[in-house]
Design a protein around this ligand. Structure first.
Ligand code: ADP
Ligand code: MG
Length: 319
């Protein structure tokens, strides 16, 4: 199978035809129409075999996750996703792998009406780069830089589960079977919080997605906004799987430092709290207030006994 057959067979088969795509796969570049009164949000992320996933992972999971991490970045900007490109490097053209990969990719893409509009195929060690493009009304994107002292800090879902899933898949950590399934699902199939991001556009003062761990990612908001935060450790939303599998302090440490959860962390000014809770409570996603933005520019952790910690907590770093 040559490169063109491969593209035609696995990637030109999505069946999603957005009216704003004038030229999709097949020409030298795609041509799309941005909606009037909107600006584009553009992001890209690469997943490298043996670094971001194990070659033994299900190809459908890899396809899902490669897209999910990109859509999560758009969600954190409050953007509505529209188009993606896919640059994929493959050691070989394995039919079963490509079938699974494109099925995982397209199932998630179709859920959010996202269309694959182009890409590139090369031979080499397995690596997947997706670029995702979305849009927001002009000046309405959620930035990292807007948090103000007094704002409440929220996270969606539960955190630390993907970290527990990674530990369970790398070591002989013995989890109860249903817990193991739940945390592996979270690790392999994160759900980008697109709808929440869109709903937060006029309400949140800052937002970020949790890819490197809550402490590290919240720190980006603090640095960009030139503020600090107090996090109440007992308020962190931990799953039953996490609290029942690890001692309390280890569970909290994982929730603070483990990446790959792809939940949103966002800040809400006090005068928008009621409106925010009203909107968020109508969405089928858990959300939890975990602390407050402060003018003192550091991250403070407070436990149930009132003890306070200022130590810097590392997140995942590639270098
Ligand atoms: P060119 O040589 O002009 O860059 P290619 O031969 O790389 O074109 O690709 C042909 C067409 O197929 C282009 O429209 C390109 O965007 C698309 N394409 C290539 N790889 C992929 C892919 N992995 N997924 C989707 N579309 C792809
Ligand atoms: Mg090309």
């Amino acid at each position: 199978m040559n490169e063109f057959d491969l593209i035609r067979h696995y990637f030109a088969t999505q069946g999603q035809h957005r009216p704003d795509v004038r030229i999709g796969i097949g020409d030298d570049a795609a041509i799309v129409r941005a909606p009037r009164g909107h600006e584009l949000a553009i992001t890209t992320d690469t997943l490298v075999g043996n670094v971001h996933f194990s070659p033994n992972d299900l190809p459908a999971d890899i396809g899902h996750k490669a897209l999910a991490v990109n859509l999560s970045d758009l969600a954190a900007m409050g953007a509505t996703p529209a188009w993606i490109t896919l640059a994929i490097t493959l050691p070989e053209a394995d039919d079963k792998w490509l079938q699974g990969f494109s099925q995982g990719l397209f199932t998630l893409a179709n859920r959010y009406h996202v269309q694959l509009i182009g890409g590139d195929v090369t031979r080499g060690p397995l690596s997947i780069t997706i670029q995702a493009i979305g849009f927001t009304p002009i000046d309405k994107a959620l930035l990292r830089s807007g948090a103000q002292p007094g704002d409440n800090i929220y996270v969606t879902g539960t955190i630390g589960d993907a970290g527990l899933g990674l530990r369970a898949s790398q070591s002989h950590l013995n989890l109860r079977l249903d817990y193991q399934q739940a945390v592996l699902e979270k690790l392999h199939r994160p759900e980008p919080r697109i709808i929440i991001g869109e709903q937060l556009r006029n309400i949140a003062s800052a937002a970020i997605d949790i890819s490197d761990g809550l402490a590290a990612d919240l720190n980006h908001i603090l640095e960009e906004s030139k503020v600090g935060a107090v996090i109440i450790l007992s308020a962190l939303p931990l799953s039953e799987a996490l609290t029942h599998s690890l001692p309390a302090d280890e569970a909290i440490m994982l929730a603070l430092t483990a990446g790959d959860d792809y939940e949103l962390c966002f800040t809400i000014p006090p005068d928008k709290a009621i409106e925010a809770e009203k909107i968020l409570s109508q969405l089928s996603c858990r959300y939890t207030c975990i602390g407050t933005i402060t003018s003192e520019t550091r991250l403070t952790l407070q436990d149930e006994q009132g003890n306070i910690y200022h130590d810097a907590i590392p997140g995942y770093r590639h270098f």
